[in-house]
Ligand binder design. Structure first.
Ligand code: AMP
Ligand code: MG
Length: 487
């Protein structure tokens, strides 16, 4: 069953009702000439929405927030956040709106959210807008992440607004319709905590528990149990980023979700050559959000969540701190277990092999990959071929052939399972040069490269000979890659 008429999409307003202090009723700025650029039909169907209706004029008006279904209460959400380590008590949706919450046919509550929908009371100096390129980047990368099996917000559609956006140059404007299990962030809790309103903080925790970690409600200390669940979800999420070579690029506390979904695809990128020091973001000069720093930064962000939750954990602050520190202590073991389990499958190693042996295989390998600047994605996929006896193409990625041969000899002796490897090591990720090519073409009005790329990355494990160019590393003249925030 799907909803045929966009005006009848039943959008709830539970966040606005339960947390009015953090929800400013607001409406989208009118888009002068909305044109649907891309619609995620499988996601629409998953939400119980009729793709054909969304493509129609009324559907597009819903996707740009011009027509809001009866009974909905779109709001800009308030949140705070540490940005590059500095606390800002008032960030919030400067250019976004929560249209409302949809219960999908599977019974899950999903936020329907717009990004690029105009200035809100949280816009500060910003114009409230977004350009076609960055909104399509979020579409491509978040859908690629979903296809890779990594928890993420989803992209339902990108609509060009017909309004130019001034960045370094004038660019065509667009708006992204995003779907998430919620938009609660670490920064949401920081906002409630900084307000000094303990009742608000308690309602926010109850809301988060009900939506994401319902088992915490029955715990002796629900806020502590909520924290433990978020620690576990984030540890597992960041381990998955590391395994696939994803660099988020701006892990400020306002970009860390309570659900454990990846959110806010701004300066994100996938590794080409493996190097823990890799930074793509133009403003991250200190490398705070470098690839290899992501687990440590996630742990730091979670410590900020713990601080915000302290008053709910125990009335005695010393006791609350001790409990929170103890709970945060679970991050590293959880992360290590998730990463080691992931490495075991990436390397096709048997279940019986000791974790310490898996760890040693991985550590030795990473030294080789880093030393020879080996392409991350090509290597792991190629390793499946090595397991099948076809070593040469992967061997050629290395300069230290003796080092590679010695590692492979040890590794092959474990009897690696090539089919299992191919199920977790993607052929296609949104490579930086391909993303740039697709976004540049789309900005100029040609959507064909975007659709080609989406076809590859939304079936990432399914090798298709005609898509060979999507599996290749960037040409050497592509140069150093730079990405940007707030685009
Ligand atoms: P982000 O780096 O995208 O997570 O955004 C950080 C903060 O800046 C959030 O509060 C955004 O709403 C806000 N922001 C980013 N770009 C704009 C813009 N063009 N206009 C208004 N607010 C913005
Ligand atoms: Mg953000």
């Amino acid at each position: 069953m799907s909803v045929a008429l966009p005006s009848t999409v039943p959008l709830g307003h539970r966040f606005a009702d339960e947390l009015p202090e953090m929800a400013v009723p607001w409406q989208a700025e009118e888009a002068p000439d909305p044109q649907l650029l891309v619609l995620n039909e499988p996601l629409a169907a998953e939400l119980g929405l009729d793709p054909a209706a969304l493509r129609g004029a009324a559907g597009v008006r819903l996707l740009v927030g011009a027509d809001v279904p009866a009974g909905a209460t779109p709001v800009a959400q308030a949140y705070a956040g540490h940005q590059f380590g500095g606390f800002n008590p008032r960030l919030g949706d400067g250019r976004a709106l929560l249209l409302g919450e949809l219960t999908d046919p599977a019974g899950r509550l999903r936020d329907l959210h717009l990004k690029g929908s105009g200035r809100t009371p949280f816009a500060r100096g910003g114009d409230g807008l977004a350009a076609v390129g960055p909104m399509l980047r979020e579409y491509v990368v978040s859908e690629a992440m979903h296809a890779l099996g990594i928890p993420t917000t989803r992209a339902l559609a990108v609509v060009a607004t017909g309004r130019p956006v001034r960045r370094e140059e004038l660019l065509p404007g667009a708006l992204l319709a995003r779907v998430a299990s919620s938009h609660l962030r670490v920064g949401s809790f920081q906002y409630a905590a900084a307000s000094g309103d303990l009742d608000l903080l308690r309602r926010l925790a109850d809301h988060a528990i009900a939506r994401h970690h319902p088992e915490a409600a029955a715990a002796e200390r629900p806020a502590l149990a909520l924290f433990e669940s978020v620690v576990a979800a984030q540890a597992s999420l960041v381990a998955q980023w590391m395994l696939v070579g994803f660099v988020h690029g701006v892990m400020n506390t306002d970009n860390v979700t309570i659900s454990g979904e990846t959110i806010d695809y701004g300066p994100c990128a996938f590794l080409d050559a493996f190097d823990p020091a890799t930074v793509y973001s133009s403003i991250d000069t200190g490398g705070r959000y470098a690839y290899g720093n992501q687990p440590v930064v996630a742990e730091w962000d979670l410590a900020r969540l713990a601080e915000a939750l302290l008053p709910l954990i125990d009335d005695d602050q010393e006791r609350a701190i001790a409990l929170a520190v103890d709970a945060l202590g679970a991050f590293r073991p959880h992360y290590n277990a998730a990463w080691t389990a992931g490495m075991r499958t990436k390397l096709g190693l048997p279940e019986g092999l000791d974790d310490a042996v898996v760890g040693a295989f991985a550590d030795d390998l990473l030294v080789l990959l880093q030393a020879d600047h080996v392409d991350h994605t090509s290597f792991y996929r190629g390793l499946g071929r090595v397991a099948r006896g076809d070593a040469e193409p992967t061997r050629n990625l290395f300069l230290d052939l003796a080092g590679f041969d010695a590692w492979v000899e040890r590794w092959r002796a474990t009897g690696p399972d090539a089919d299992a490897m191919d199920r977790v090591n993607p052929v296609y990720v949104p490579r930086n040069h391909l993303v740039e090519e697709a976004l540049t073409a789309a900005t100029g009005g040609d959507l064909a490269p975007l659709h080609g790329l989406l076809d590859a990355v939304t079936r990432p494990f399914d090798e298709r000979p005609e898509l060979a160019r999507y599996a290749e590393p960037a040409p050497v003249d592509f140069g150093a890659y730079r990405t940007f925030c707030g685009t």
